[in-house]
Structures are given as C-alpha cells and as structure tokens.
Design a binder for this molecule. Structure first.
Ligand SMILES: [Fe+2]
Ligand SMILES: [Fe+2]
Length: 525
C-alpha cells in the first residue's frame, strides 16, 4: 500500500472549502483572504513567525463554527444567509448588527403575523447577543481543539480561539482589547472584511468602510497599511485561487502528514461536519467503522479499505452548503431544497480536490456515496458498472447507519428494521448483496474504537451524562433520563468538564466523539 505524501496545507484547504460552504461565502473566499492577508503581512514587515500564524488564521478562521449550529438556526433561521450577511456587518456597531439580526428574523418569520414579527425584531438584538455568547465561546474552544488535533502550534490554536475578538474591545465572548487581541487575528479580520465588502459593495465603498472601521475591528495602523494602496493588494484577486498558490505562500517549515496524521486530519473533518446538529453527531465515524469492518470481511485490499474509511469521514462535507434549518425540518423539502441537498456529494468531491492525486480515490468514493446499482441514486445517476466494491460497501454502510439514526421526520430504525430495509434495496436491484451482507455482519460486532479504559478518570455516571449532553440533551433532560436530580446532573457536568478540561458543551461533545463514547443506538430509538 502506498503511503500518502500530503502536505498539511492541502488539508487546510479542504477545511477552508468546508467553512466557505458553511458561511455562505463565495468560492475560494478563505484562500483569497489568505493571499491578501499574507500580502499585507509582508508589506507591514511582519516576521516569519507572525506570517505563519496569519496564514493559518486565514485558512481556518471558522473551523469551530459548525458546533451547535442547530441552536443558532432555531433562534435566527437560515444560518448560511445570516453568516453571509454578518461577514459584511460591523459587529461592534450595535445598530448595524441589529439590522442584520432583524433581516434574519424577517427571513425566519416571513409567514408570521406582523405583530409577532415586530415583537421578535424588538426583542431580537438583545436576546440574540445574550444567546450567542455561550455559542461563540463553544466555537472558540472547538476551533482550538481541532487545530490541536491537526498538529498546529499553541499560538495558532490561541489565535483561532480569538476569532470574534476586536481591537476596540467590542468583540465576543471575552471582550479582549488592543494588544490582548493577537496581531494575526486582527489582520485576518481586516483581510476577510476587505474581501467580503469588496464583493458586496465594490472597491470604492469597501475602502470607505474600512477607513471608517480603522481602530474598531482592527488596529488603525494595520488598516492604513492596506489603505495605502488597496488596488495593488487586491490585484488578480477576482478569480479562483489555485492550490499551488496557497502551497507556495506557506512559510517554512512545511509539515507533511504521514498515514496516521492523515487519519487524524480526516477524522477532524468528520467531527467538524457532524457537529452541526444532534441528528448527525458521530454519523461519519460510525459509517467509517461499519465500512471498514465490512471491507475487511469482504477481503478488500488494505488501500481500498483505507480510502473507504477516509471517504466515510468526509462523505457529507458537502451538506454544509445546505442550511441546518432545511435538514432539521420535519416536513418535506421543496424541489429546490431537494436539488441543493442532492448536490452534497459534488461539493464533497470538490472540497477534496486540493489533496491532488493522493486524495482522488477518496474523492471518487465521496462522489458516489448515494449512487445506486440501478441508476436511481444521485447526483450523477451512474449505474453498477461505475461502482467499485469499495463504493458499494460505503453506500451500504451509509444507508444502514442513516437508518439506525433518528431524523426529524422519522424515528431511528431498530437494527432488524434497518437490515430489512437494506435487504429490500438489494431485492430492488439498488444495493450490492455482498456489500449489504458484509455491512450487516459488521453491524453486529463491537466497535473497534471502544476505549480500553475510561479516560480522564471519568466515573461511569459522568460518562452517561457526557453521552447525553453530547447528543444534544440539556442537563435537565439528562437528569430525567438518568432518574437523578437536576442539581446532581449539574454537579456531574461541572466535574466532568473540569476533568476533561473544557468549559462548554460543544467542546465536551467533541471530547465525547474523540474518545469513542458515542455509538449508534445512543440517540433516541
Ligand atoms: Fe451520510
Ligand atoms: Fe450523504
């Protein structure tokens, strides 16, 4: 089996693509912000250490922001439209922020009576700010943790934990001020504001807004470096950015990932994608475990099994292009929403393109994970002749795991019912019989990721509480399920947070994923 020789920067571009989808930004937004931020850093004469931090901050700024998206969507509706709007908003200007939140509420409550909408808008800004503090704190902790898992330095982790902080102290959640906000954080905020405003308003208005914001979101002298010659800084920035451009910009040394590090990088992507809502939490890991075991059972080559596992970790990355509110809806999707949802394998394949030829087999499997032997799948409607054994196993593992998980429009199926559904698809000529039987055999075996011992000294009861809150339950609901007092559940949460070194639910949930505490069947059956 050939060992991959992938630069870590290749993976950073996959993550950048994913965050562009989730934040509704234009194609290559994060990559263009990287080019611009590096140009400004060079013009400002920053040393290689700062430039390395700027590079990573630009590519990864929003990697923690998928955590708990369902909470954001419940409060403010279509989070992708909201984030697109927020990218052009001066977050330190309460009246501007209020207008952005009012627009989100109008989208969410389009069909509500006028008095309901007016009340929501009146109360919206204060409530939204109050509700957003713990969510944003969770984003910061999750971003730091993902950065740590892909081997980035403590400085880079620290910067990612400050993504919403501002020079003027009006940022969230910690209201850091002046030099407390790391230089690369302010510089990347400036670069991303420039790109978003330039796209939204054109060069002239963009420069005027940056001038107005100098000393607000970012240090005035930093803004002045850019404002000295905006045209030169933005030269050639209106088209796509090639991976080679981004690779060439990375300050030395260039980290190359071995097989184990690639595994961890793919896993980090899986967790980032699946953290958006409770229904998908742990989904990609579970599909990977099933596909891996089924592939071994079928005697597939080791490289096929590895590619299939990595494809399983990333198979639903393209779902980030569709708002959580669409996935969370109990009712049917509109035709347009269905079309957008069915394109997620395309976006997944496209995201992996930066991995080049080493990532091509993985991307090919991602592209095919909803295809069926009779051409009735999506989105290219290919038939069996285009589906390798690995593609067939991945499709069967994905179908089985999805059936075992709860969705807003149906309860989770039992193992027997899910097996019957897959065997029905075999009879209908859609799924491969060998692949389905291998997956069903694998589904009856214990997970290979079962931890050998309890990490962090967590007690069995703390682990039960952790599982429940990771699956999206409140402390009160966890107390009810475990038949203990809410105060006791609260104590368990405080104790386990301190043992695992986190302060937010989102980071605790990520910890639960990382340590194999989540298995299918743990969500309400
Ligand atoms: Fe899936
Ligand atoms: Fe999918």
């Amino acid at each position: 089996m050939t060992a991959p020789a992938v630069r870590r920067a290749d993976f950073l571009m996959v993550l950048a693509y994913a965050t562009d989808l989730a934040t509704g930004q234009s194609r290559d937004f994060a990559l263009r912000s990287c080019v611009l931020a590096m140009r400004i850093a060079e013009a400002a004469g920053f040393d290689v250490d700062i430039r390395r931090q700027v590079y990573h901050q630009a590519l990864l700024r929003y990697i923690g922001c998928n955590a708990d998206t369902h909470l954001l969507a419940a409060a403010l509706g279509d989070e992708i439209a909201l984030r697109q709007d927020l990218a052009r908003t001066d977050m330190g200007d309460l009246s501007e922020l209020g207008e952005t939140i009012a627009r989100a509420l109008k989208r969410l409550l389009a069909d509500a009576p006028p008095e309901v909408l007016a009340r929501a808008v009146n109360e919206g800004v204060a409530e939204a700010l109050h509700a957003s503090v713990p969510i944003l704190a969770g984003h910061c902790e999750v971003a730091k943790r993902i950065a740590q898992r892909i081997g980035l330095s403590e400085e880079i982790q620290e910067n990612l934990g400050q993504l919403y902080e501002r020079w003027d102290g009006h940022g969230l959640p910690r209201h850091l001020k002046g030099d407390e906000v790391k230089l690369p954080v302010g510089l990347v905020t400036l670069a991303q504001d420039v790109i978003a405003l330039n796209e939204g308003h054109g060069a002239e208005k963009m420069a005027a807004i940056i001038e107005k914001r100098r000393g607000g979101g970012y240090e005035a002298e930093l803004a002045d470096v850019f404002l000295a010659d905006p045209e030169r800084f933005l030269e050639g920035m209106d088209g796509p950015v090639t991976p080679e451009t981004i690779l060439a910009l990375e300050p030395l040394p260039h980290a190359v990932l071995d097989e184990a590090a690639c595994e961890e990088a793919y896993l980090a992507i899986a967790d980032m994608v699946d953290m958006r809502m409770p229904f998908t939490f742990g989904h990609s890991r579970a599909v990977a475990a099933l596909a891996d075991a089924a592939g071994r059972h079928m005697g597939l080559p080791a490289s096929d099994i590895r590619d299939m596992r990595w494809a399983a970790y990333t198979h639903d990355l393209g779902e980030l292009a569709v708002p959580v509110s669409t996935w969370m809806r109990a009712g049917a999707l509109t035709a347009r929403e269905r079309d957008a949802a069915n394109l997620h394998p395309y976006h997944g394949e496209r995201a992996l393109a930066s991995l080049g030829k080493d990532g091509a087999p993985v991307a090919g499997l991602v592209l095919r994970h909803h295809e069926r032997l009779d051409g009735s799948g999506y989105h290219r409607y290919v038939r069996g002749s285009d589906l390798s054994p690995a593609a067939r196993v991945l499709a069967a593992a994905e179908a089985f795991q999805t059936a075992r998980e709860e969705r807003p429009y149906r309860p989770a199926l039992s193992g027997a019912a899910a097996a019957a559904r897959l065997r029905g698809a075999v009879k209908g000529g859609k799924l491969c019989p060998d692949a389905v039987e291998a997956v069903l055999t694998a589904a009856g075996q214990p997970s290979r990721r079962e931890p050998a011992e309890r990490p962090a000294g967590l007690t069995p009861r703390e682990i039960e509480v952790l599982r429940l809150i990771a699956a999206g339950h409140t402390a009160k609901e966890a107390a009810h399920q475990l038949d203990i007092a809410p105060k006791t559940a609260d104590n368990h949460i405080q104790n386990l947070y301190s043992k695992i070194g986190v302060t937010t639910r989102a980071a605790a949930a990520l910890y639960a994923l990382e340590h194999g505490f989540l298995r299918h069947g743990m969500l309400p059956a």
